[in-house]
Design a protein around this ligand. Sequence first.
Ligand SMILES: CC(C)(COP(=O)(O)OP(=O)(O)OC[C@H]1O[C@@H](n2cnc3c(N)ncnc32)[C@H](O)[C@@H]1OP(=O)(O)O)[C@@H](O)C(=O)NCCC(=O)NCCS
Length: 159
Amino acid sequence: MVAADRSAVAGIISRVGNFNQAEIDCALELVGVYLNDPHQKDYHLLVAEKPDGAVGAYACWGPTPLTTGTYDLYWIATDPCLQGQGLGQALVGEIERRVRAAGGRLILVETSSKDSYAATIDFYRRLGYREEARIRDFYDVGDDRLVFAKRLAGQGAGE
Ligand SMILES: CC(C)(COP(=O)(O)OP(=O)(O)OC[C@H]1O[C@@H](n2cnc3c(N)ncnc32)[C@H](O)[C@@H]1OP(=O)(O)O)[C@@H](O)C(=O)NCCC(=O)NCCS
């Protein structure tokens, strides 16, 4: 991701529909951290482009603080009109490649148990992420926090 992608990514974040205002603000804040501080190492951002060069999806991940080899996939979103065309899968595949190259062994992603995240949960499962933990009523009463995990083969505790 480069500075010129900022408005396209902001548009995707606000259009996906799953994110509330606080989540949108948080996702945009991390975009700002990434673009404004070239020395920070906590957040990495990638965009996926359509053949015409337009930004169609983005993802944000980084090393989980106080761990060795564990990474968090913080945000991923594909423009609603481009979903189901492989952009999200391409981003996750590239993130896994980069995490492996950095010696990472475990990727975590958390999501909500709300019905509106059912497709997102399907997406993670198809990519080999397994439900590792559930904290009931975490986000709100009746809205659990689900933690999905993927152990990278050949890296430490790999499967
Ligand atoms: C989750 C999300 C990032 C997936 O991105 P995407 O670009 O649509 O995903 P892909 O096209 O790469 O799909 C990869 C696989 O998941 C499947 N998939 C994608 N969307 C799906 C859906 N709505 N329902 C069922 N399966 C779905 C695809 O069919 C594909 O499977 P296949 O390889 O067996 O055909 C996207 O749907 C999205 O932006 N959702 C809203 C935001 C969100 O919830 N983000 C995650 C929380 S941070």
